[in-house]
Design a protein around this ligand. Structure first.
Ligand code: C2O
Length: 534
């Protein structure tokens, strides 16, 4: 625990090695990482290495009660994994309750030694990690929301590298400053570690070149603004002006809001400053213009620009044929009040969120992967996840309420190497909303997206099977659908959930069980001896 002051409020937070945000991990593609996590706090802890493929090392993935029981106070666990076929930016974060509000940090994966980037070598690299700050304890925020069935208190600020910046009260000195030289190219490694909001980001008077998302190179393109959802990462090239300008430049991030629910329209600011002999306080401060809070048209255009490199050095191995099709609805609904008091959700109910009307419940005294591996799944999970919604409805119409949400711990079981397509259909139940869906253990290809209800007779003909973007987190468009494909070549139990933390808390999550293949190198490795017990 450590005391941290932001917005003139001091509170005690859970942190790693006394740092907030947490330490940076810098590694190279192909490196094996051994990270010992020792729990010195009263809370149970678990750490997820977000976006790392974890080929055959599911035991090191980290979501609590999915791949491991949490690390209890006084105990430790060594996360042991190899970075395979990935280079770029990812991040690590706590994966239990809402502890990721303060437990997060960058993972920077450099190319193998001697292997160049597919773009000019940057002069410097700068991690920019967005977070969210509550003046109160985020654990109390989520506990209260779950007990009352209502929405959580929104955060008090967004942050860049832990700092809210000058547009918030009392924060001018807590401002991230990026000092640059004129005429150089910087690689900005953006990470959205905020809990509940997608963010627009822009730097005044500078063009940004997108070169990589979720640790996969993309066809470079230029833009003034980017959109980044919780769980996503984006590498940008920033080329500075050839001579030092007579100005300083704000970099701003604020939410993209599609739901009618909780949001916070405040803005985090950092400052881009040139090394210059001019007096800093005399320089004018320029401000970028961000899209409107609900600019879905920008969001659509931006996501359509993202394409894999798909060349001989970095091929896009898009599954061309599909063994298993799934249709999943993702969205919010309600469930009956579980106490005798009136709940604070819509019409006295509790908020719930679901996939195919199943609001996922994590076990609390074992982990799914352990239950599977030891052959003791009975009473822990069921292997029958509905492959489409139990009762279909008009997903993007305006029905009064989704009262069909039920609970369960159900998994989809896939034989090794199954080629999978999932259509994720947003529902407008309680308002259409963009949901950044994150899949553990894999990257997937985003082969199509659209608005309204997915049409299985027409839409697949328009899928991009040539150079779709490959990533681990995709925004299911507000009032629309997205289609993804992946090859289930990684044995283990893999969580999939909305990376808006409140939606995960409400049950917008599920898990895939990928069985071992026949060959020795197609099997999940045995669990390490120090794997935590519940
Ligand atoms: Cu970034 Cu399941 O998490």
């Amino acid at each position: 625990m450590q005391n941290v002051t932001r917005l003139c409020h001091t509170k005690s937070i859970v942190s790693v090695n006394g740092q907030f945000p947490g330490p940076r991990i810098v590694a190279r593609e192909g490196d094996r990482l051994l990270i010992k996590v020792i729990n010195h706090v009263p809370n149970n802890i678990s750490i997820h290495w977000h976006g790392i493929r974890q080929l055959r090392t599911g035991w090191a993935d980290g979501p609590a009660y999915v791949t491991q029981c949490p690390i209890q106070t006084g105990q430790s666990y060594v996360y042991n994994y190899t970075i395979t076929g990935q280079r770029g930016t990812l991040f690590w974060h706590a994966h239990i309750s809402w502890l990721r509000a303060t437990l997060y940090g960058p993972i920077i994966i450099l190319p193998k030694r001697g292997v160049p980037y597919p773009f000019p070598k940057p002069y410097k690299q700068v991690p920019i990690i967005f977070g969210e700050w509550w003046n109160t304890d985020p654990e109390a925020v989520i506990t209260q929301a779950m007990q009352t069935g209502g929405g959580p208190n929104v955060s008090d600020a967004y942050t860049i590298n832990g700092l809210p910046g000058p547009l918030y009260n009392c924060s001018a000195k807590d401002t991230f400053k990026l000092k640059v030289k004129a005429g150089k190219t910087y690689l900005l490694r953006l990470i959205n570690a905020a809990l509940n909001d997608e963010l627009f980001f822009s730097i005044a008077n500078h063009t940004l070149k997108v070169v990589d998302v979720d640790a996969i190179y993309v066809k470079p393109f230029e833009t003034n603004t980017i959109l980044i959802a919780p769980g996503q990462t984006t590498n940008l090239l920033l080329t500075t002006k050839s001579q030092f300008p007579n100005a300083k430049f704000l970099m701003l991030a604020r939410p993209y809001v599609t739901g009618q629910g909780t949001f916070d329209n405040s803005t985090v600011a950092g400052i881009l400053e040139y090394e210059t002999p001019l007096p800093m306080n005399k320089l004018q401060l320029l401000k970028p213009i961000l899209p409107a809070l609900n600019d879905t048209s920008f969001a659509t255009k931006f996501s359509n620009k993202l394409r894999s490199l798909a060349n001989s050095q970095f091929p896009a191995n898009v599954p061309q044929k599909v063994d298993k099709h799934f249709f999943f609805t993702v969205g919010l609904g309600t469930s009956p009040c579980n106490s005798n008091k009136t709940c604070q959700g819509p019409n006295g109910t509790m908020f719930a969120a679901s996939i195919n009307n199943v609001s996922f419940v994590l076990p609390n005294n074992s982990a799914l992967l352990q239950a599977h591996f030891s052959g003791q799944s009975k009473g822990v999970y069921s292997p029958y996840f509905p492959s489409s919604p139990i009762i279909p409805f008009n997903y993007t119409g305006n029905p009064p309420n989704n009262t069909m949400v039920g609970n369960g711990t159900k998994l989809v079981v896939l034989p090794f190497n199954t080629s999978v397509e999932v259509v994720l259909q947003d529902t407008s139940i309680l308002g259409a909303e963009s949901h950044p869906l994150h899949l553990h253990g894999f990257n997937f290809f985003v082969v199509g997206q659209g608005f309204g209800n997915f049409n299985p007779n027409k839409d697949p003909a328009k899928f991009n099977l040539v150079d779709p973007v490959e990533r681990n987190t995709v925004g299911v468009p507000s009032g629309g659908w997205v289609a993804i494909r992946f090859l289930a070549d990684n044995p283990g139990v893999w969580f999939m959930h909305c990376h808006l933390e409140i939606h995960t808390s409400w049950g917008l999550k599920m898990a895939w069980l990928v069985l071992d293949g026949k060959l020795p190198n197609q099997k999940l490795l045995p669990p390490p001896a120090d794997l935590p017990k519940c």
